[in-house]
Design a protein around this ligand. Sequence first.
Ligand SMILES: C[S@@+](CC[C@H](N)C(=O)[O-])C[C@H]1O[C@@H](n2cnc3c(N)ncnc32)[C@H](O)[C@@H]1O
Length: 274
Amino acid sequence: MSSSVLAPELDGLAGQLVEALGSSITVAELYGPLGGPVYHELTADDTNEVRDVLALLRGTQGPVLELACGSGRLTLPLLVAGHEVTGIDTSQSLLSKLRDRLSAPSALRLARRLTLVEADMCALDLDGRFAAALLGTTTVGLVPPADRPDFFRRVHDHLAPGGLFVLSAHTPAATAGPGDPVQEELRPLVTPGAVNFVIDRAEPEHARRHVSILRIPAQGQPLLLTSTVHVPTAATLIDELTRAGFEVDAARTARPTSAAPADLSILVARRSKR
Ligand SMILES: C[S@@+](CC[C@H](N)C(=O)[O-])C[C@H]1O[C@@H](n2cnc3c(N)ncnc32)[C@H](O)[C@@H]1O
């Protein structure tokens, strides 16, 4: 396999790797068919946000719409807590991982309360109205900024009156801004049979990060899995949510876990009761 011709423009270390290794590295999307299983392996045991989300949705009367549910890191605790969940995601590989996780006879009780939809949440168009919607794991950063206002309106319109929209986001400090320098971090993660490096490149000038995972398996070709994460400020998100019709509570800082970034916030927005 050679490096993908569809590879995005990669700057910094990720770009240098691709240039140096040429056809001996495979470049693919982090949540695609090659990246999905790696993403699942690296994150499935991460408990970040779980307690906050369960606490915020406790007492919700009615179905929960989980946007970008992936392989179910947050979905499974929601089901265990008794919620009826509709999960939507574009990644076939992550959705099938979630189905696998619920395929054991002992999980049937949970699986019965879950509906999965493979679709783009930015074009959200589902039947029914939900008591709450959740977009966790800072996934709002994967929505292109130009699509966010329409996306928020769609989420709003899928909620019943008074319905709650809970979303987590990286919200850089108010002092961070376009004048800040590009910063690149490299974090190693060793898993059975592979060494992985998370390459996190922050580009304040463009309010985005490029997050890549370099995976070096014990056998086979190295893999570079890429994603672009937009980093709007909390004020921008609150303004866009308000324009979409939501009443927004103050952003709260999520309970930090060892893996949680320091600038993680959870925003709570509500569709009006009328
Ligand atoms: C950071 S992962 C979070 C997954 C899951 N919530 C978790 O905690 O493991 C981001 C997820 O967003 C999904 N995704 C990205 N863009 C999407 C879109 N436009 N519509 C639906 N899902 C999307 C990806 O496939 C991936 O599963």
